[in-house]
Design a protein around this ligand. Structure first.
Ligand code: ATP
Ligand code: MG
Length: 181
C-alpha cells in the first residue's frame, strides 16, 4: 500500500449557510471525484418539479455519476400543513440514501438539500448520524442545505458556511437558466 492509499479515508462534508453555492459546490466536488475514477450518487431531497440542467449533464457520465430527484419540489411545512406525501418521499429518499452509503458501491454520496428535510422535522438527525458513523470508511458523504443540524456539524470533517454578500434576487432578477437551474 503506498502512502496515498494508506492516507485515503472517507470524509463528511457539509455545505450550509444562507448564501448561494451549496448544491453547486457539491456538484463541483462530485465532478472532481468522478474525474478521479470514483463513482458518485447524488440524491436530491425535496427537489422534483424543476428540471435542473445537471439532470442532463450527469447523464454524460453514465453509471459513474448518477443524479436522482427524490421529491416533488414545493414542500408545505409546519404542523398540520405538512403533507404526509412529502414525509413519505423524504422517508423513501432516506432509505435509498442509507442503502447507498452502507453498500460501499459508491465512493461519494451527495445528500442534496437533506438539511431542509431535517429542519422541517421530516427526518431525524440522530438516524442520519448513526448511518454516517457506520458507513464503510472510504465513503465520502456531502450534505447540503441551510441550517445544518448541530449533531451533523459535530460529526462532519469539513463544514462550509456560504455567506450571502448579495444576490441577484434582491434586485428582482428571477432565477436564470444555467445559474439557478
Ligand atoms: P445553488 O443550487 O445555486 O448552489 P444553494 O444550493 O446554495 O444554491 P438553496 O438553498 O438550495 O441554495 O436554494 C435553491 C435556490 O435558491 C437556487 O436557485 C439558488 O440560486 C437560490 N438561492 C440560493 N441562495 C439564495 C439567496 N441568498 N437569495 C435568493 N435565492 C437564493
Ligand atoms: Mg441547494
Amino acid at each position: 500500500m503506498n502512502s496515498e492509499q494508506s492516507s485515503r479515508r472517507g470524509l463528511i462534508l457539509i455545505n450550509t449557510g444562507p448564501g448561494k453555492g451549496k448544491t453547486t459546490a457539491a456538484m463541483g466536488t462530485a465532478l472532481r471525484a468522478v474525474g478521479n475514477g470514483m463513482r458518485v450518487l447524488m440524491l436530491q431531497f425535496l427537489k422534483g418539479s424543476w428540471h435542473y440542467g445537471e439532470l442532463d449533464s450527469t447523464k454524460a457520465f453514465g453509471d459513474n455519476f448518477v443524479l436522482k430527484q427524490m421529491g416533488r419540489g414545493f414542500v408545505k411545512v409546519g404542523g398540520a400543513e405538512t403533507d404526509p406525501e412529502d414525509v413519505r418521499l423524504v422517508e423513501a429518499a432516506w432509505n435509498e440514501a442509507k442503502e447507498a452509503i452502507l453498500s460501499g458501491e459508491w465512493d461519494m454520496v451527495v445528500l442534496d438539500e437533506i438539511n431542509y428535510a431535517i429542519g422541517y422535522g421530516m427526518l431525524d438527525p440522530a438516524v442520519v448520524a448513526e448511518t454516517l458513523r457506520n458507513r464503510p470508511e472510504m465513503v465520502h458523504v456531502i450534505l447540503t442545505g441551510r441550517n445544518a443540524h448541530p449533531t451533523l456539524v459535530e460529526i462532519a470533517d469539513t463544514v462550509t458556511e456560504m455567506r450571502e454578500v448579495k444576490h441577484a434576487y434582491q434586485k428582482g432578477i428571477l432565477a436564470q437558466r444555467g445559474i439557478e437551474y
